[in-house]
Design a protein around this ligand. Structure first.
Ligand code: TXA
Ligand code: MG
Length: 335
């Protein structure tokens, strides 16, 4: 059911879980101070207990109350609110929230409705993305409803402005950060602010080519093509050409019988209109627009096709890094 922000505050204070909008993706929220609510989150999401949750606040002061902020972390808090999450040594946050870690991930969203609710409950709100583990994060109230609407109350907040999850960072030492998850706050942004970025081992795992471990994905296979393959779409028999290339590069894909499948194409660029099989993320190839539409389109496409052929974004730095990361996590195979 959909509920008001006021009702959501009541539910949270009673120890219930609710789905709340943020500017990145919808979150499955419970009070971080109530272990029984956190148990419910892990259970309904079918999330492994080793994977900790982000704590969200409506006011920076709440972060100081629930963690020991050092001078380096303080610099990062100056970028709050926004799609940025910072690991800080926790205080009075139950272990179940952080999967036993002494560090808690904190974020202050910009979404008005979220802030209103967070400032009424006044304690940190633990919230992973509101999708069952392994599925695409919801970026609209409709998608959140499709996942959990029958059982969990949802506060409507419209389409998410950013559309991909926050950048997660941790301070390594003075002026040095590790980016644990790429997002809207880019490596270039931090470098401009005087930080050095050390490569994350976690990130590097995703950057290896070929077959990748799946992290979350549409319910249908997604094959990820380099940007240059988009040229083929201008040919008449582009479908046959792309399938032939794929089969030459990776023979086992023949088993998928792609020629008999309904294929949807996730693209960008002005020469392509959105038609029934081409889903155009951004006619102007704008990375922010691509990010905002990415999960919305993937969700639509899983309903309409058997397979998705997606193309990497035009720029492999800045926000392009986060977009490629999400496409890779969604993909079966990359060429
Ligand atoms: O934009 C977002 O971050 C959204 C909205 C709802 O705020 N939340 C979100 O949460 O994406 P989730 O649970 O789907 O992803 C959180 C990520 C995971 O990769 C998790 O491992 C990492 O943050 N994380 C959370 N707490 C952590 C901790 N204490 N130490 C290390 N990593 C942590
Ligand atoms: Mg998630």
């Amino acid at each position: 059911m959909f509920v008001t922000a006021k009702k959501a505050v009541e539910l949270l204070l009673q120890g219930n879980i609710v789905i709340l909008p943020t500017e990145t993706v919808y979150g499955l929220a419970g009070l971080a101070t109530k272990p029984s609510a956190i148990e419910k989150i892990y259970k309904v999401k079918k999330r492994p207990k080793e994977n900790p949750l982000i704590c969200h606040v409506g006011d920076i002061r709440t972060i100081y109350e629930y963690s020991y902020v050092n001078a380096e972390e303080e610099k990062l808090l100056s970028f709050f609110p926004g799609p940025l999450t910072v690991l800080i040594r926790k205080r009075n946050i139950p272990d179940i929230v952080t999967a036993g870690s002494e560090f808690c991930a904190f974020r202050m969203p910009t979404h008005k409705i979220f802030l209103e609710i967070a400032n009424k409950v006044t304690v940190p709100i633990a919230a992973p993305s509101a999708n069952p583990s392994g599925r695409i994060s919801p970026t609209s109230e409709e998608i959140a409803y499709e996942y959990f609407g029958e059982t969990i109350d949802i506060v409507k907040g419209g389409k998410c402005e950013i559309g991909i999850e926050s950048t997660v960072v941790r301070v390594i030492k003075k002026n040095t950060l590790e980016i644990l998850r790429a997002g809207f706050f880019t490596k270039e942004f931090f470098v401009n602010q005087g930080f050095t970025i050390v490569e994350s081992k976690k990130e590097n795992d995703f950057l290896s080519p070929g077959l990748l471990p799946k992290h979350y994905s549409p319910s249908i296979p997604l094959i990820l093509f380099s940007q240059n393959y988009m040229e083929y779409l201008k040919n008449e028999n582009y479908k046959e050409k792309l399938i032939t290339i794929l089969e030459n590069v990776y023979e086992p894909i023949k088993k998928q019988n792609l020629r008999c499948k309904k294929i949807g194409f996730l693209i960008y660029g002005e020469e392509f209109k959105k038609n029934s099989i081409f889903y155009n993320l951004s006619k102007s190839s704008n990375l922010q627009e691509i990010a905002k539409n990415l999960f919305l389109y993937l969700k639509e496409m899983e309903k309409n096709f058997d397979v998705i052929f997606a193309f990497k974004p035009p720029i492999k730095e800045g926000l392009g890094v986060a977009i490629i990361d999400r496409l890779r996590r969604a993909s079966e195979f990359e060429i």
